[in-house]
Design a protein around this ligand. Sequence first.
Ligand code: GUN
Length: 295
Amino acid sequence: MTAKIISGTETAKAIREELKVEVAELKEKHNVVPGLVTILVGEDPASQSYVSAKNKTAHALGIHSEQVTLDADTSEKDLLAMIDKYNKDDKINGILVQLPLPKHIDEGKVLYAIDPGKDVDGFHPVNVGKMVLGEQCFLPCTPHGVLELLIRAGVETSGAEVVVVGRSNIVGKPMVNLMLQKREAGNSTVTICHTRTKDMTAHTKRADIIIAAAGVPKMITADMVKDGVVVIDVGVNRIGMSESGKAILAGDVDFDSVKDKAAAITPVPGGVGPMTITMLMKNTVQAAKQAAGLI
Ligand code: GUN
């Protein structure tokens, strides 16, 4: 079997076209321009590249975007003061603080400080709680992107055995919660595997859908999956540098071997990555509509 490639690049492009139209209509009919601020503390190259891609995409869709870069030794107090400033800024509907933060800053405190109505990452406990309860909220961008990929690729999730590998707050935990909701791209029977799982293969081998988000390059190999599995690879691991200085990326899935057994698979790059950024834009538009009383 050779897998169908689920292209995040193509799916993201289609959603961005829809968003572009929506942003233009918001401006024309309601004089509303969605606004996003990204805050990066420090100079981690991967974070720098993610943040600049987010701002570039926002700009391309007609979303007002501001990019703040703070020194790695910025105090927690100063970061909290900056968040407070943007919480009160009417031009800004979405606030994104890029993670991870330097060790001297308490991540929980920072995420709590963001107004839940501007929490376009969906990381504030209010939004996390609403997500678990199945209420309307901002869904975290990467799991939200995975749902959209599954929907638009026509993958049947109802009753499916879904195995999520990885238990991070950003991907694994919300992913599990979303897949079991009574909604489109939900109703699955879900298992979560992590570093303490005794026999990972016993779980992955019976999965109809595997969502790999462990941050370990090529850890899901062909012998760990069954024929006809659908594989969503969330991993973006920098495994080297090309001669031209570009990062060489690998997913959490050994794409070359798994593609011969899978029914469908996402590539890295060009899979979940572009979807994450696109769902951030969708959340920012949602935040602007909420602030304007349109939803
Ligand atoms: N770091 C890695 N992924 C994310 C994300 O989705 N949002 C933020 N804020 N930081 C991240």
